[in-house]
Design a binder for this molecule. Structure first.
Ligand code: GLN
Length: 492
């Protein structure tokens, strides 16, 4: 089936004219029509525009032209502004918002010939780990527990729709954003690959802001190489984002074939979380054994401030969110609920437009930034954040990359972990440090747990060494020897 191809294979097939971009896009639109009612991975499907883009790609390919992604169908997280296409951020407050501009990352993908199938579902304003906070309903993970077809599992979050779409063969790849783990955790839960590149590698311009110093755009795909191909198109300097890095974009895909011979891989002892399932520990050991077998040297390292990662993140991220989300006031964007006077309009609009998790974050954020508590919380968190970065800098003086589990558990059921926000936040324990430090980190599918659910391993690299991260990730993928296919597609 055309939808089972890797992105790299689809690209080859298109160039050899074995099938057309229209056929490839139609196959994906048919899969969306069949499965999206069950999975709810897309908030908006843009079928007609996708077919127009596919026809344009076919015309270019017929002339031997066409960019590196000519005719490749993708899902776009509904946090990326897309010109003329509704962009909701998973929130009621932006339900009617149609941006007049295109984000830099999506513009780069279009420049390279990509086809956009639609906008994928997500936790509201990218706040969440389960996709349960979306104002457009939960997303279902296409994976099921072995022998239990009834429990609907979460795809992870916040980029849950993108991850579910790629895992279920509704798209060859997708964009996501990772502020505290929102690319790597859903990738792990859905058995696909996803990378959060170095902070500054991909422009944030036109991506609805959650926590600006932590937001990282990045790709999902079913293989490490496919992620590398997508990142090559998404990345690049953008004068419109003052934090965008002015660096050349290397050939990420070529790095996947490099191997790991002679590399030093660090094992951070602080990632051995209390109560972590034995099978996750076992998979981690397996991953290290694979890398050793491929010629790497394994070295124990310490990242002593890891234990403060979650607490630091859950101060910095809400602080920045409370400031970023102040702009949704009923005047400038999206929803407006009329009131008696201006203050009343603000209050009614924000009360009706934001969900519970977003309100919780805004309240935490305004609290930690308030005059009386700024030093005790926000300033302290910034200092600890600097120490977390220093941990990584010290470790990368001794090793080339780090290997850890991506998540402390496999996908959980819809409704689980909803009673206690702190329990939900624990999902991010292994992913937030790399966001706080801005270093690149990839999740690669590495195995299945006893219930047949996918588990990912995380490769963390030096700043701007995505090539090293891809090399290690691809070595694990080769050793694991499978491209994960959901055992049951949407319970079918
Ligand atoms: N789960 C984390 C949170 O809720 C991470 C979200 C993200 O990376 N966007 O904040």
């Amino acid at each position: 089936m055309l939808t089972d191809l890797t992105l790299a294979a689809a690209r080859e097939g298109l160039r050899a004219r074995r099938f057309s971009a229209r056929e490839l896009t139609e196959a994906h639109l048919a899969a969306i029509e069949a499965l999206n009612p069950l999975l709810n991975a897309f908030i908006t499907v843009t079928g007609e525009a996708a077919l127009r883009q596919a026809d344009a790609a076919d015309a270019a390919l017929a002339k031997g032209q066409g960019g590196p992604l000519a005719g490749i169908p993708l899902a776009i997280k509904d946090l990326y502004c897309t010109a003329g296409v509704r962009t909701t951020a998973g929130s009621r407050i932006l339900e009617p918002f149609v941006p007049p501009y295109e984000s830099t990352v999506t513009a780069n993908l279009l420049r390279d010939g990509a086809v956009f199938l639609g906008k994928s579902n997500m936790d509201e304003f990218a706040m969440g780990s389960s996709n349960m906070t979306s104002a457009f309903g939960a997303v279902e993970n296409p994976w099921k527990r072995a022998g239990d077809g009834s429990a609907a599992l979460v795809p992870g979050g916040s980029s849950g729709g993108s991850a579910a779409a790629v895992a279920a063969r509704l798209a060859l790849g997708a964009t996501g954003t990772d502020t505290g783990g929102s690319i790597r955790q859903p990738a792990s839960f859905c058995g696909i690959a996803g990378i959060k590149p170095t902070y500054g590698r991909c422009s944030r311009w036109g991506v609805v802001a959650f926590a600006s110093s932590l937001d990282h755009p990045g790709p999902f795909a079913r293989t490490v190489e496919d992620c590398a191909i997508l990142l090559g198109s998404m990345a690049g300097h953008d004068p419109k984002d003052s934090t965008s890095a002015d660096r050349p974009v290397p050939d990420f895909a070529a790095a996947c074939a490099r191997g790991v011979k002679g590399l030093r891989i660090g094992v951070p002892r602080e990632y051995r979380a209390d109560g972590m399932p034995a099978e996750i520990e076992a998979l981690w050991q397996q991953g290290l054994a694979w890398l050793r077998g491929a010629g790497a040297e394994i070295v124990d390292v310490s990242l002593p401030h890891t234990k403060y990662g979650l607490a630091t993140y859950y101060i910095v991220a809400p602080a920045e969110c409370s400031s970023n989300l102040a702009r949704y006031d009923g005047v400038r964007f999206g929803l407006r609920v009329p009131g008696e006077d201006l203050d009343d309009l603000y209050e009614r609009t924000r009360a009706a437009g934001f969900g519970a998790e977003v309100k919780r974050r805004i309240m935490i954020g305004t609290y930690v930034l308030s005059a009386g508590y700024f030093d005790a919380y926000y300033l302290k968190a910034q200092k600890v954040r600097a120490l977390i970065l220093k941990d990584f800098t010290d470790a990368f003086g001794r090793v080339d990359a780090l290997l850890t589990p991506t998540t402390p558990s496999a996908a959980f059921a819809q409704g689980e972990n909803m009673d206690d926000p702190v329990k939900m936040y624990l999902n991010d324990v292994f992913t937030v440090p790399a966001d706080l430090a801005g270093v690149p980190a990839l999740s690669v599918p590495a195995g299945l747990d006893a219930q047949g659910l996918p588990l990912g391993l995380q490769v963390i690299g030096r700043p701007f060494d995505e090539e090293g991260v891809f090399a290690v990730g691809a070595a694990i993928e080769r050793a694991a020897g499978f491209v994960a296919l959901p055992t049951l597609r949407a319970g079918g």
